[in-house]
Design a protein around this ligand. Structure first.
Ligand code: KIV
Ligand code: ZN
Length: 514
């Protein structure tokens, strides 16, 4: 017998992207949106169209491309934002406008400087306005969990009457405790007379590390039928509820939740890799489901048990969540067609045949240096290729470095800065330090290095490409740059230049919680 469905609403491209340093280009968002569609999430929150021209373009491109998931844009509760969202979503097969306004005393008084009655009226007016543009409207009372339940119930009842189909109750600051949050949703639903005319949704932040537990309690105790979540739990501060954990909890404990999810779990690991490679937010090894150690059994007793009967220590199968996809896909002898087909399978669309040719040439160069090429290698290569294609201001041209025991490492770097070619030299504590100092001596960005990390793109071999993340802070902005290469010093130079490019492109955008 089929079970009721739990709607998976992914907000990696909106709430996830709000994480400092996680901002993505339109092409990167489009690539991730295609992967989310392959993952079969029900709703993709593609961005906040009114926040910047860049966000508008990204939502528009995603709406015009995605056919199998509903595409959603966030909008503050005002006519301008809502009209802008509707405009960006025009080309979508199925679209949703997600409008929000804060309802907690703290937010209304200190942030909005509005009275309860004004907030109620604005919520009503905005849903009424949105109702003329679409029939799929979601309403969120921001900081809902810290709002007065009696006032919250009045707002929710009113917006359902105006036509909101989904009511999302955010725990905006990650303050909730599972049992209390679940009961909060349940009591609220009981208080709202027309609650059966909407789908109830949960949206939890992870400040106390309970976003997944709270969301699941909202489902089990509160009766919510939509969960808002992000790949790898990406998001501001401690992040959002993690999609992979919620989905696998509901699938693995179907006996308890009694719900179906449409998500194809075999696409989870590829989605996780794509998001971490794109944003530079590395997944911790012991992260549930998608961490490198999630299925590794180090202890002899566990290994013995798993070999005799897998379910002695494993409650999910690694291949079911897509770990098997991490396989050798191409090698030195693979031809252009095989390469092109794999790009298609990975959802990568390179603009012209000339771009495919350049990417193929880079693939051949890589295959000469590295016998086994994995999906992750191809994604890194394509990211490099699209950076070159959009003519990033700074680009690495060549690099030489020398380090010897007992000697201070030295580096010579040639990089492009727009049309100019810059030659520079430097020395440092190590080869990476020497390269970064050499570049900085010419660029003089004055940026503070917040993070430098190196990871093997594919585990298990020193032949793997190194993936370097560099996080820089300057004038109140935080950006991440990612670079990949079998030589980690080269990868570091690429990552540093990529972060400098992001610092250069200063697009103004309105904060969702602003
Ligand atoms: O956390 C939050 O309150 C939000 C809303 C804008 C839905 O992200
Ligand atoms: Zn949020």
């Amino acid at each position: 017998m089929s079970q009721p469905q739990l709607i998976i609403f992914d907000t990696t491209l909106r709430d996830g992207e709000q994480s400092p340093g996680a901002s993505m280009t339109k092409d990167e968002k489009l690539r991730i949106a295609r992967q989310l569609e392959r993952l079969k999430v029900d709703v993709i929150e593609a961005g906040f169209a009114a926040s910047s021209q860049g966000d508008f373009e990204a939502v528009k491109a995603i709406a015009e491309t995605i056919r199998d998931s509903t595409v959603c844009s966030l909008a503050r509760a005002n006519d301008r934002d809502i009209a802008r969202a509707a405009e960006a979503l025009k080309g979508a097969a199925r679209s949703r406008i997600h409008t929000f306004i804060a309802t907690s005393e703290l937010h209304m008084e200190k942030k909005l400087r509005m009275t309860r009655e004004q907030v109620l009226e604005q919520a009503i007016q905005s849903v009424r306005f949105a109702r003329n543009l679409t029939d799929d409207i979601e309403f969120s009372p921001e900081d809902g969990y810290r709002s007065d339940p009696e006032f919250l119930a009045r707002v929710v009842e009113a917006v359902i009457r105006e036509g909101a189909r989904t009511i999302n109750i955010p725990d905006t600051v990650g303050y909730a405790i599972p049992e209390l949050y679940g009961t909060f949703i349940k009591t609220l639903r009981e208080r709202v007379p027309n609650s059966d005319q909407a789908i109830w949704s949960v949206h939890c932040h992870n400040d106390l590390g309970m976003a997944v537990a709270n969301s699941l309690a909202g489902v089990k105790i509160g009766g919510a039928r939509q969960v808002e979540c992000t790949i790898n739990g990406l998001g501001e501060r401690a992040g959002n509820c993690s999609l992979e954990e919620v989905v696998m909890a509901v699938k693995t404990r179907r006996d308890y939740f009694g719900l179906e999810v449409r998500v194809d779990p075999s696409q989870i690991v590829p989605a996780s890799r794509m998001v971490s490679q794109t944003t530079g937010f590395v997944v911790q090894p012991n992260k549930a489901v998608v961490g490198a150690n999630a299925f590794a059994h180090a202890s002899g007793i566990h290994q013995d048990g798993v070999l005799k009967a897998r379910d002695t220590y494993e409650i999910m199968r690694a291949e079911d969540v897509g770990w098997a996809a991490n396989k050798i896909v191409l090698g030195k002898l693979s031809g252009r067609n095989a390469f092109k087909q794999r790009l298609q399978e990975l959802g990568v669309q390179l603009g012209s045949e000339a771009e495919v040719n350049t990417a193929f040439q880079r693939f051949k160069d890589l295959a000469d240096r590295k016998a086994e090429i994995f999906d992750e290698d191809i994604i890194a290569l394509v990211m490099d290729e699209s950076a070159a294609h959009v003519q990033e201001h700074y680009r690495l041209v060549a690099l030489a470095q020398r380090s010897e025991t007992g000697e201070r490492p030295r580096a010579q770097v040639v990089f492009a800065a727009g049309e100019a070619e810059v030659r520079t030299e430097g020395e440092g504590n190590g080869p990476v330090d020497a390269v970064l100092k050499a570049i900085e001596s010419k660029v003089q960005s004055g940026a503070e290095l917040l993070l430098y990390s190196v990871n093997a793109i594919t585990s298990g071999s020193t032949e793997s490409q190194g993936e370097v993340t560099v996080r820089l802070q300057h004038a109140g902005r935080v950006v991440n740059g990612v670079g990949a290469d079998p030589d980690i010093v080269v990868a570091s130079a690429k990552a540093y230049l990529s972060a400098l490019n992001k610092l250069q492109s200063r697009t103004e955008r309105v904060a969702a919680q602003g």
